[in-house]
Design a protein around this ligand. Structure first.
Ligand SMILES: [Zn+2]
Length: 76
């Protein structure tokens, strides 16, 4: 059973105000752009990097962040 422990860890970026998170794929260009946008959108929010296993169940995964075009979910 000990062999199972080397399972890949995955971190996520999570906002505790909006209850949203986005996966972090180190070295992935698209992912790092998404993290940058996520941090930008959740500026001044309680954002934390968590292990995948620590994500609260009511959090929603965000795989695409829209910026510009007048759409900002935080304006609503
Ligand atoms: Zn937020």
């Amino acid at each position: 059973m000990d062999g199972e422990r080397s399972e890949k860890r995955m971190n996520v970026r999570a906002c505790f105000k909006c209850k949203e998170y986005t996966p972090i794929h180190p070295g992935n260009q698209v992912s790092s752009e998404l993290i940058k946008k996520f941090d930008f959108l959740h500026f001044k929010h309680p954002v934390q990097t968590l292990d995948k296993t620590e994500i609260p169940k009511n959090f929603k995964v965000i795989l695409l962040v829209k910026i510009g075009g007048g759409f900002n979910p935080h304006d609503i």
